[in-house]
Design a protein around this ligand. Structure first.
Ligand code: RIB
Length: 312
């Protein structure tokens, strides 16, 4: 993967993450004691922006934080990564917050308080439309209001990628402006209105149910990722075996790597392989933003990512 210098605009959430480690995730109604507590910078949008900056893109962030100290801290962190924060507004709501549980296997559960992320408006997109219009790639997630997601993808003139997380059903107002939809299996099920697809056949059937004309790239955790165009699998990747510590942010790292590669005009299989290397790296480091890979981090894993061919 050659060095990149794409221009990517990320429209999405900015959160402070409160992370509790626990031996196992609690059952419904169960109280458990944490084995550790850490705070990290997070938010799907900010995580993806940070990864894109570490992968050497010129990155602009559009989002919203509160006027509180968490808002100051998160903006400072983005600036320190070299990210343009002119599109980050301040709201009277408190800065977005995520409570995250991570178990000994690295699996997680996340509950967010949207806070200031919910205060992002279509007017904010209008104000930053030039930044979005001129980007090689616009990368959007769904921890912000849906009408803002729709406005952001409609404003883009370059490649658009939507990471529909957290998922809710999407109509043509959004989907008609999206080139690449990147859900995980659970999100794909929600988008398609079916139970979480477990097998490859179920993933294909759910993707066909979306009525989406672009490319669906489904992330499958330790099973890699699969790209589906017009109901047909066009490429698949398999990640390397790594020592998983914390899966929080792995999907964000995949999306950022995928966006980075597309900004550099990579082929679909190469972009998926690069995303897979980035996602695998993120599972080896604790915390969301701390685990976002640099180019060297992702390159160290790339040779161990398998690209599997087309399958009808
Ligand atoms: O994808 C991980 C992110 O989801 C966390 O950083 C948390 O803030 C939530 O947005």
């Amino acid at each position: 993967m050659s060095a990149n210098n794409g221009h990517v605009t990320v429209v999405g959430s900015i959160n402070r993450d409160l992370v509790l480690s626990c031996r196992t995730l609690p059952e419904r109604g169960e109280s458990i004691a944490a084995t550790g507590f850490e705070t990290h910078n997070g938010g799907k949008g900010a995580n993806q922006a940070v990864a894109l900056a570490r992968l050497r893109n010129s990155v602009a962030m559009v989002g919203s934080v509160g006027t509180d100290s968490d808002g100051d801290l998160l903006i400072d962190a983005l600036v320190s990564e070299g990210i343009d924060v002119v599109g980050v507004t301040r709201s009277n709501e408190s800065t977005g917050l995520a409570v995250i549980l991570v178990d000994n296997a690295g699996d997680n559960m996340i509950v967010t308080n949207q806070g200031a992320n919910a205060a992002l408006t279509v007017g904010d997109i209008d104000r930053t439309s030039e930044t979005i219009r001129t980007a090689d790639v616009t990368l959007v997630q769904m921890e912000i209001p849906l009408e803002v997601v729709a406005a952001a993808v409609a404003a883009a003139a370059g490649t658009t990628i939507l990471n529909p997380a957290p998922a809710e059903p999407l109509g043509p107002l959004v989907l008609d402006h999206v080139d690449y939809l990147v859900p995980n299996r659970t999100e794909l099920g929600t988008l398609a209105g079916v139970a979480t697809p477990e097998t490859e056949a179920e993933v294909l059937a759910a993707a066909r149910n979306l009525g989406f004309a672009g490319t669906v790239v489904v992330t499958l955790g330790s099973h890699g990722a699969v790209a589906i165009i017009e109901g047909v699998i066009k490429a698949r990747t398999k990640p390397p075996l790594v020592a998983v510590i914390d899966t929080v942010g792995a999907g964000d790292a995949f999306c950022a790597g995928f966006a980075d590669a597309l900004a550099g005009n990579a082929s679909l299989p190469d972009a998926m392989a690069w995303g897979t290397a980035c996602g695998a790296y993120a599972t080896t480091v604790r915390g969301a933003q701390p685990s976002m890979p640099s180019r060297a981090d992702a390159l160290s894993l790339l040779p161990t990512v398998l690209i599997l061919g087309t399958r009808e």
